[in-house]
Write a new protein. Sequence first.
Length: 90
Amino acid sequence: LADRRGVVETWCQRFNRVQVQASQWAKHQLADPEMSADLAEIWGPAFVAMDSQQKEDFLVAYEFVEEVKQQFGPEIVALESASPSSPEES
């Protein structure tokens, strides 16, 4: 969709910015003992069983998706609904 509308570069920049922010936030949470304990309480035994890299990857992915929804959700929906379906999308 973004390619057809000529806005791929804009979306790449937006997503890169969100990815960097999500990564920094995840690292901050995992470095703080109180926050880390809260995460274990919230996410439960599956989170506790993860190694450090898995925890970081999980938190970054979760934060990225939530942040994209919050910041760009309406714009993504509008982009999608304004774009006619191509034969391969049907």
